[in-house]
Design a protein around this ligand. Structure first.
Ligand code: FDA
Length: 304
């Protein structure tokens, strides 16, 4: 009950446009520095270098929500390109995660496609991988269509599938051959389209991972759930799936002991490293997921 209230509260903050806008001016606050790697490309690359030194690769995400104008979408595109150039120059081991709404999908589809193309061209030049993150349900089909379209000409692109959606097993079959990150799903979706119970979401998660791995396509298992991770480890061992066909992924700032032990067991580990001054929505979604994370916020607040 308290968990549901807390989840709804933080989700409503995450979707509050005025607060998101105001937070850009506050700078990283309320403990967000624990889960966001600073506001500049340099700070993000510094965080990645630190991870690389521990045998971990990364994917950078320049945070950005609520893009309404072509000017904002072009700025976001240029920033992604600048980030890719900086990654190439620095030699750190990281890819880039992007969001199609940040690149103008809701403004004009062709304009957005052109922006993604510029990003993929730059990434290809530097031999870097770009992951198109999955957003809320209303953008799911577009994300899949756009990924499929680009994957015909660019091998360096993949997307994300959410196990809370009923449609996801069909999507995984449809996307065979395209690298996928499997997640549970971070948005609030209706019972018309999504499982609401953890048990169902977890069961579907394992089915999606198995389907994609058995299909022989590279799979990222993105979860902090130690029980699911153990089940995946058991499955890959039983089915002789080579360690170079999959990787584990976690978010920056979470479950360090768990990722350290996966690395020591020889598994490939990637950390998703968000950065930038548009941190509020991302941080509120993390607080919604796990009420215990709220202690970050309080500690951050009182240490100000
Ligand atoms: P969940 O939060 O369900 O936790 C399961 C259990 O694990 C908990 O009950 C607890 O026992 C344990 N646990 C979890 N966190 C813990 C902690 N910090 N400390 C101790 N125990 C803990 N979503 C999306 O919609 N689109 C996307 O593109 C992405 N991308 C993405 C990338 C990466 C790398 C990750 C890790 C996640 C995403 N997500 C995402 C977010 C994802 O959908 C999901 O919301 C969160 O990962 C939370 O779900 P988990 O699977 O981590 O476990």
């Amino acid at each position: 009950m308290i968990e549901t209230i807390s989840k709804n509260f933080f989700m409503s903050l995450a979707n509050n446009k005025s607060l998101n806008k105001a937070a850009k001016k506050w700078g990283l606050n309320f403990g967000a520095t624990k889960v966001v790697a600073g506001s500049t490309i340099d700070s993000a690359i510094g965080a990645v270098r630190h991870l690389n030194n521990k045998g971990i690769v990364a994917t950078l995400d320049h945070l950005g929500e609520f893009v309404f104008t072509e000017k904002e979408a072009l700025e976001a595109t240029d920033y992604c390109i600048k980030t890719l150039e900086a990654i190439g120059l620095s030699g750190v081991k990281t890819g880039l995660s992007i969001k199609i709404t940040q690149l103008g999908l809701d403004i004009d589809r062709n304009f957005c496609i052109n922006n993604i193309k510029r990003i993929l061209e730059t990434a290809k030049r530097h031999d870097l991988f770009v992951r198109i993150d999955m957003e809320d349900y209303s953008h799911c089909q577009d994300t899949i269509d756009i990924t499929k379209m680009f994957h015909e000409s660019y091998q360096n692109v993949g997307t994300v599938i959410q196990s809370y959606l009923f449609r996801s097993l069909d999507d995984v079959k449809d996307l065979k051959g395209i690298p996928l990150r499997i997640v549970k799903g971070a948005y609030k979706e209706s019972p018309e389209v999504a499982y609401q119970e953890k048990k169902d979401i977890d069961e579907n998660y394992l089915n999606l991972v198995k389907e994609h791995l058995l299909g022989g396509t590279y799979t990222a298992i993105a979860s902090h759930d130690h029980i699911l991770i153990e089940k995946v480890k058991q499955f890959v061992q039983e089915n002789n799936i080579p360690k170079n066909l999959f990787e584990f992924q976690m978010l920056y700032g979470f479950r360090r002991t768990l990722w350290e032990s996966l690395v020591s067991e020889g598994y490939k580990m990637r950390i998703y490293v968000p950065f930038g001054n548009d941190w509020f929505g991302y941080y509120m979604r993390r607080l919604a997921e796990r009420p215990q994370n709220v202690s970050f916020a309080f500690k951050g607040f009182f240490s100000k």
